[in-house]
Ligand binder design. Structure first.
Ligand code: PFF
Ligand code: NA
Length: 446
């Protein structure tokens, strides 16, 4: 278990990689779906609070561990634990992360497949002539056709694993970085269009004017899970990226940049989508299909709508792709470091994730009546358990490790920031983030 010697070529390269991991379906698909399902503003407020109070400190902890260990997550944890006189069993935390990433990628590929289908549909111009009802019905019909859903899921898995297997991730990240400003611009155009619709005021009010009646324990749990998910934190995925961080870069600065951008993208998507929802009289709580029904409606109202919609799905695909690579990379690195060839590792992980994703893919067709636990389909389970339970548990242990187990001197060094900031981060993590996490997780158990 030797140290890695490679480094990202520049400070920007690290921020680009982490942004690539963070910005994805979580912002544009999952965030609006969750806000809608959880009653609007209260969820949004809690999500922002959790990003700042939990997400940021844990993200710092995670990157710091990777950077101090300069190895794959499991090896880094073992090394740092042993060095500080702690237990070797901390490596199991790496394994927990691997399992979490595995489960997340299984449904991430299914939903990314939905957008692949839309990409083709968008350019074929089918959306322009359809009414909102027809667009909704067409989406349901697509989900109900197992062959098409699985075809797209498979295609997306192949795209992801090919990049991981042949190590061309950095090329894709540069492309991503080049194109993401266009995605943000498109979202801005959408928000501009949204401002002309009748639902705009309602959407703003519903999103930003907190209504305390909407609060419940489920809302709190969902908001916490989403904060981890959207930042790509809690499963060691960023630990793996931290290992390649160049010397002299400050972790906190990089992390704050990424988190703010991630919130901004989610807010833009949210304002655009809920303006459409309220002007068309749709139901905000219409579930995981929300984005797939509202955005085509919005784009089809714009002149040149086909081109807008098509470009949007191309950009979304690239954003999604860099996130799925980040999900897959640590698992492949783990197998690779155990002695398997990189391509073999990618193939094994890819096939495993694909197989486990099939029940999610079929949850809207053949398996729609199968509900293994309390009214939840396989898709419901895959989209909630890893995100709402496993990521926060992983995040809790990662934070605990960084502030109570790891050697403090090493942590200061790895932070790449001044001592005052180190102490601030450690106090917030010890006395705010960790207790808050325990509190919410305990609440989930009882
Ligand atoms: N952050 C990604 C998104 O918002 O789409 C999803 C994700 C990537 C979650 C990597 C977890 C992870 F480890
Ligand atoms: Na995100």
């Amino acid at each position: 278990m030797s140290e890695v010697v490679e480094r990202w070529g520049s400070r920007r390269a690290f921020i680009i990689a982490v942004t690539g991991a963070a910005v994805g379906l979580g912002n544009i698909w999952r965030f609006p779906w969750m806000v809608g399902e959880n009653g609007g503003s209260v969820f949004l407020l809690l999500y922002v609070a959790f990003v700042l109070l939990l997400g940021l400190p844990v993200m710092v902890a995670e990157i710091l561990i990777g950077r101090a260990g300069r190895r794959t997550p499991m090896q880094a944890l073992t090394f740092l634990a042993c060095e500080a006189g702690g237990s070797r069993h901390w490596r199991l935390l790496g394994l927990l992360g691997g399992i979490t990433l595995f489960l997340i990628l299984s449904f991430y590929a299914v939903v990314s497949g939905w957008s692949l289908e839309y990409l083709v549909d968008a350019f074929s111009g089918d959306f322009a002539s359809r009414s909102p009802e027809e667009i909704g019905a067409a989406f349901d019909a697509f989900l109900a056709s197992p062959g098409r859903v699985i075809f797209n899921q498979t295609l997306f898995m192949v795209l992801t694993m090919a990049v991981v297997a042949f190590g061309v991730g950095s090329g894709l990240e540069r492309l991503n970085n080049l194109l993401m400003p266009l995605l943000y611009l498109l979202l801005l155009v959408l928000v501009g269009y949204a401002a002309t619709t009748t639902g705009f005021g309602t959407a703003l009010n519903w999103l930003f004017w907190p209504d305390p009646r909407a609060i419940s324990f489920m809302v709190v749990l969902n908001a916490m899970g989403h904060a981890f998910f959207t930042l790509a934190v809690g499963a060691g995925a960023l630990m793996a990226y931290g290992a390649y961080m160049p010397e002299g870069q400050s972790v906190p600065r990089a992390v704050v940049t990424v988190a703010l951008l991630d919130i901004l993208v989610a807010l833009l998507a949210g304002v655009a989508i809920f303006s459409i929802v309220f002007s068309q009289g749709m139901d905000p709580a219409s579930g995981p299909g929300l984005m797939f029904v509202t955005l085509p409606v919005a784009f089809s109202q714009l002149p040149g709508g086909t081109l807008w919609l098509g470009s949007f799905f191309v950009l979304l695909l690239i954003a999604t792709w860099t996130s799925s690579i980040n999900l897959a990379e640590p698992m492949v690195a783990m197998l690779h470091s155990a002695g398997l060839h990189r391509v073999t590792s990618a193939l094994l992980i890819g096939i495993g994730v694909w197989l486990v994703g099939i029940p999610s893919a079929l949850s809207f067709s053949w398996l729609s009546e199968v509900q293994p636990i309390s009214d939840m389909t396989f898709f419901d389970l895959a989209t909630t358990v890893p995100t709402d339970i496993l990521l926060p548990i992983g995040g809790l242990l990662i934070a605990f490790f960084a502030v109570w187990v790891m050697d403090a001197q090493r942590a200061v060094q790895a932070l790449g920031s001044n001592e005052r900031f180190f102490i601030l981060w450690r106090q917030v993590t010890r006395w705010v983030a960790i207790p808050l996490l325990i509190l919410v997780l305990m609440g989930a158990m009882f």
